[in-house]
Each structure stands twice: as structure tokens, then as C-alpha cells.
Design a protein around this ligand. Structure first.
Ligand SMILES: Cc1cc2nc3c(=O)[nH]c(=O)nc-3n(C[C@H](O)[C@H](O)[C@H](O)COP(=O)(O)O)c2cc1C
Length: 200
């Protein structure tokens, strides 16, 4: 059975447009032989990454203080969870041309040298193998395929650094450009989601 980790990250919870795309994904997988783990990155409420947490990673496990062990566990458990799934689906809004800070805080716990990637003479090499990433992107304006879309390459690199190069991006754009455009964008994103799930 395929295991899917479905991440949501709208400030508006279930009412977010990106959450609507996540709900469409969930509805599509409901009658499939797929196990789904849902995680709301806003509710997870991770703090900014700080020096104490970084130092906890660099301290050998057997030498960690109790506080360091707890700090290192935050990232360890999130990486363990990622590794336990075959597909990670990230439903993500575009906020100020980027990813929500909660999504950044999550990736800050996943991107660990020596654990999820390593440095080599040829540059960084991902250590996470055999996974697929799907991004369901909700945006007020229209940016995909233009120089203004800095979110797509950022997410592609964040997944790519860990070795997750099998990626699919589905966009619902122009959501703040009138009801007609919004309905059309959500409708076509949902159709793409259905086609994607059928091929999973
Ligand atoms: C704080 C904030 C910043 C936003 N910044 C942008 C932006 O830079 N570009 C854009 O096209 N839309 C922007 N929007 C609109 C959102 O991308 C759009 O409403 C999208 O549906 C948000 O997804 P959500 O409903 O899942 O939260 C912004 C919305 C908010 C709340």
C-alpha cells in the first residue's frame, strides 16, 4: 500500500484555498489502496530554527544534554515521518512571493547535512531515495512559468537537496482576480489532482 504524507500550510486552516486543493486530493485517494497521514504545518507551530537546536544536531547523541536530546528529537521525528512515506504532498499558499514561514520552519528541520543530504566534491547529494513530491500551490495572482515565480524553484530545490527529484507542481492561480477566474483555476487544479492520483 502506498503511503502518502499530506501537508497543509494555510493560515486559514480548512478554509484556505490551498487546503481546498488538499481536500480534493484527500477525496481522490479515499477509495484507493493508499494510506494517508495528514499534518497541518500551521498547527504544528514549529519555532524558528535557532543555534541551540542546530548545536543539538551537531552533538553526538550520547553526549547530548536532556534539553539537547529534546531539541534534536524535533527534527529526528519529522525526518523519520518523511522517510516512512512514499509520497509527500504539500498544499501551499503563496505569501509575499514565498512559502509560509511555517513551511520554512518545517524544511529547516528536514534539511540536515549528514542525515538527509551530504556534501561531495560534485556538490550536495540527497540521501532520501525513492520518494515523490507533489506541490499543490494556491496563489492570488498568476506567476507560474514567469521570473516572478520564486516559490517554485525554492520548493524544487528544498525537495531536490534531499534527493527528492521526482516532483509534480499543480497550480491554482489568479484566485484573487475575480470569482470566475477563481472557479476556473480551482476546477482545473482539481482535474489535474484527479489525473495525478489515478496514476499514483
Ligand atoms: C499574507 C498574504 C500574502 C500574500 N501574498 C501574495 C503574493 O505575494 N502573491 C500572490 O499572488 N498572492 C498573495 N496572497 C494571496 C494568496 O496567495 C491567496 O489568497 C491564496 O489563496 C492563499 O492560499 P490559502 O487560501 O490556502 O491561504 C497573499 C495572501 C496573504 C494572506
Amino acid at each position: 500500500m502506498k503511503k502518502v504524507l499530506l501537508l497543509t500550510s494555510s493560515l486559514f486552516g480548512d478554509n484556505g484555498n490551498s487546503s481546498q486543493l488538499a481536500a480534493a486530493f484527500k477525496a481522490e485517494v479515499a477509495d484507493k489502496n493508499i494510506s494517508l497521514t495528514e499534518k497541518d504545518l500551521v498547527a504544528l507551530n514549529l519555532p524558528h530554527l535557532d543555534a541551540a537546536e542546530l548545536v543539538s544536531w551537531m552533538t553526538p547523541a550520547e553526549q547530548r544534554s536532556e534539553e539537547q536530546a529534546a531539541l534534536a528529537q524535533r527534527s529526528d521525528l519529522l525526518i523519520e515521518e518523511l522517510l516512512a512515506h512514499d509520497v509527500v504532498v504539500l498544499a501551499v499558499p503563496l505569501y509575499n512571493l514565498g512559502i509560509p514561514s511555517q513551511v520554512k520552519a518545517y524544511f529547516d528541520r528536514l534539511e540536515r547535512a549528514g542525515v538527509t543530504f551530504k556534501y561531495t566534491e560534485q556538490g550536495p547529494k540527497g540521501l532520501v531515495e525513492g520518494k515523490k513530491a507533489v506541490v499543490l500551490a494556491a496563489r492570488g495572482g498568476v506567476y507560474a512559468g514567469t521570473d516572478w515565480d520564486s516559490q517554485t524553484p525554492h520548493l524544487a530545490s528544498l525537495f531536490g537537496l534531499m534527493g527528492i527529484s521526482d516532483q509534480r507542481f499543480i497550480y491554482a492561480e489568479g484566485l484573487n482576480m475575480g470569482e470566475e477566474k477563481k472557479a476556473e483555476a480551482i476546477g482545473s487544479a482539481k482535474a489535474e489532482i484527479a489525473e495525478l492520483v489515478a496514476a499514483l
